[in-house]
Ligand binder design. Structure first.
Ligand code: DGL
Length: 274
């Protein structure tokens, strides 16, 4: 039997599982391998070079596992590492393989969700300072007004399983207020970090009524389905055994327990020593 060639899904920690969930719902037939770099999370506060090197290392590992296609289900890695990997590394390392991110698919559609034309981006400090959202949105929806707020505590709250506890309220309210104070016309909030959908119950509780709150899972899943339709040669190379594997660079016991809280089946994670 030929070795599986799963689709790789990468994040600095648990956040990318929110994207994998939507992808699996949309495209259940494929094999998937998820890699969470929990040992080195968070990425959002790290330098461009560090995020690039960590991400490249993880992508190379996924390539060695047989992945032909890797999705960076991490905005920080998409903002800071994707372009280098696509333009500098892939041509020499693996010209026939592909690495895709989550920022482009989101910015291609974000303008469809706002009536006022004012959107708020909630993201890690790394994503906000990269200005990737502003630059990419400008290409597709030049008339949109974009406001941003970095929420450096939100990823640690999720990684430590504190995101639904009362202690999280302070940080959720604080960053929503900082963002919404920038303009009374914001009618759409984008959760531009794949960890943030886990805070959705709290974000909904403290956001004004009627606010549209966008998570990226479905947007990325639709975009991947479209990509595979347009690239049948890639779709053919990705194996379709319906399997899911979960790798973490930290404790597999912790990963299985934490991931199991929001993945709909038990997770048996494996340890990856990079
Ligand atoms: N979940 C990631 C993102 O979308 C990264 C969070 C982090 O490691 O800081 O940005």
């Amino acid at each position: 039997m030929p070795a599986p060639q799963p689709i790789g899904v990468f994040d600095s920690g648990y956040g990318g599982l929110t994207v994998l969930q939507s992808i699996v719902r949309k495209l259940p037939q494929y094999d998937y391998v998820y890699l969470g770099d929990n040992a080195r999370t968070p990425y959002g506060t790290r330098s461009f070079d560090t995020v690039y090197h960590y991400t490249l290392e993880c992508v190379q590992h996924l390539f060695r596992m047989g992945c032909r296609l890797v999705i960076l289900a991490c905005n920080t890695a998409s903002a800071k590492a994707l372009r280098n990997i696509q333009q500098l590394d892939l041509p020499t390392l693996a010209p026939e393989r592909r690495v895709l991110g989550v920022i482009r698919p989101t910015t291609e559609v974000i303008g469809r969700f706002t009536a006022s034309g004012h959107v708020g981006i909630l993201a890690t400090r790394g994503t906000v300072t990269s200005e990737s959202y502003r630059v990419e949105i400008e290409k597709f929806f030049p008339a949109l007004a974009v406001y941003q707020e970095a929420c450096p505590m939100w990823v640690p709250l999720v990684e430590n399983g504190e995101h639904l506890d009362p202690g999280a309220d302070y940080f959720v309210r604080k960053h929503l207020k900082n963002l919404l104070d920038q303009s009374p016309d914001i009618d759409t909030l984008l959760l531009a970090c794949t960890h943030y959908p886990l805070l959705l119950p709290k974000i909904r509780e403290f956001a004004p009524d009627g606010m549209t709150i966008l998570s990226q899972g479905e947007i990325v899943a639709d975009s991947l389905a479209d990509y595979l339709d347009r690239h049948p040669e890639m779709a053919e190379q990705c194996s379709k055994g319906g399997s899911r594997r979960f790798l973490t660079t930290d404790s597999p016991e912790d990963f299985s327990r934490q991931a199991g809280l929001f993945w709909n089946e038990p997770v048996a994670a494996e340890r990856l020593n990079l």
